[in-house]
Design a protein around this ligand. Structure first.
Ligand SMILES: [Zn+2]
Length: 236
């Protein structure tokens, strides 16, 4: 048999097993990744919300001061009303009193607005924190499962990868890159057998002459439809 073909067949076996091991991990790697990214999102959202909350607290303190100051002034003006001697002074005080009352009313409504924003943000923070805790637990579980799957096959995986490196050196670069290109493609396979005179990958029927040449096995032959390298597997 052609040496390149022989090596490529071995490479195909190694890659088949590597793929099986990879499949054992199932969708755990993706789950781990998506949970990690959800945790990052929630944390950054919570950071923003905490900053916003700090600003609101500051605003609330300012508004409370304004309320206190204004109430003190208002009391003072009301007391002064009994002490004034002229109408002009009396009118001036009434204007001040009206003005203070207006300040009290607008300050109180901004205080209320700030308080309700604070409630909304605090509620969202609480929700996010619960979600964060849940995701954290689920992430740890996925990571453990993944680690277990890796532990079981780690040695075999390493030895297969070493074998793969050795095989790659033994095959003509032209065929190796053809093989690797096909393997990197949609079907993830670089070499396959002929089955019932059809390509084992795309199932297109091969011309009889091609089948004869593949059976001989003395050169690299690819499927005329999908481009995969083909070989003949002896039934015995
Ligand atoms: Zn094909």
């Amino acid at each position: 048999m052609n040496n390149d073909l022989n090596v490529l067949i071995q490479l195909g076996d190694v890659d088949y097993r590597l793929k099986e091991i990879e499949d054992l991990k199932g969708d755990l790697p993706q789950m781990v990744e998506s949970q990690k990214s959800l945790i990052r999102e929630l944390k950054s959202e919570n950071d923003e919300k905490n900053i916003h909350l700090g600003e609101i607290e500051q605003g609330l303190t300012e508004k409370r001061h304004t309320l206190d100051d204004t109430k003190t002034k208002l009391d003072k003006y009301k007391k002064q009303l009994y002490l004034v001697t002229t109408n002009k002074e009396y009118d001036a005080l009434l204007t001040e009193i009206d003005h203070s009352k207006e300040i009290l009313s607008t300050t109180q409504s901004s205080l209320n607005e700030l308080n309700s924003s604070k409630d909304v943000i605090s509620e969202k923070l609480k929700e996010n924190t619960i979600k964060l805790d849940e995701t954290d637990i689920s992430l740890k579980k996925c990571e453990e499962e993944l680690q277990e799957a890796l532990n079981e096959s780690e040695e075999e995986f390493k030895s297969l990868e070493n074998k793969r490196l050795g095989l790659e050196k033994k095959v003509d670069n032209r065929y190796l890159s053809l093989y690797n290109r096909m393997r990197g493609g949609r079907r993830g396979v670089g070499i396959t057998t002929v089955h019932k005179n059809a390509c084992g990958s795309c199932y297109n029927i091969l011309p009889p002459q091609t089948v004869i040449e593949i059976r001989k096995g003395d050169k690299i032959i690819t499927c005329h439809t999908c481009g995969i390298i083909l070989f003949w597997e002896n039934e015995d």
